[in-house]
Design a protein around this ligand. Structure first.
Ligand SMILES: [Zn+2]
Length: 82
């Protein structure tokens, strides 16, 4: 059985990952959604980190899911820490 990533819609290999707290199309993804390893590393983990640090929180999550400049945005945002 293959599932689609809730974020980038590629096919997920393996079990997938919990995409929370990502917001896609103004809908909060839930634990019932799955995301691929790529999105987990490049979007979900930085977003989760930002939320836990209370840095930009929701705003950043929306930015991360809104376009192709994911890596650029996330590295820039992470570099702003401290
Ligand atoms: Zn994905």
């Amino acid at each position: 059985m293959s599932k689609k990533c809730s974020i980038c819609e590629s096919e997920i290999k393996g079990f997938g990952n919990n995409p929370q707290p990502i917001i896609k199309d103004n809908k909060k993804l839930t634990v019932n959604d799955r995301c691929c390893d790529d999105c987990n590393l490049s979007i979900v983990l930085p977003a989760r980190y930002a939320v836990s640090e209370n840095v930009f929180a929701q705003k950043m999550v929306n930015v991360l899911t809104s376009g192709k400049r994911i890596n650029e945005v996330s590295s820039k945002t992470l570099n702003q820490r401290g």
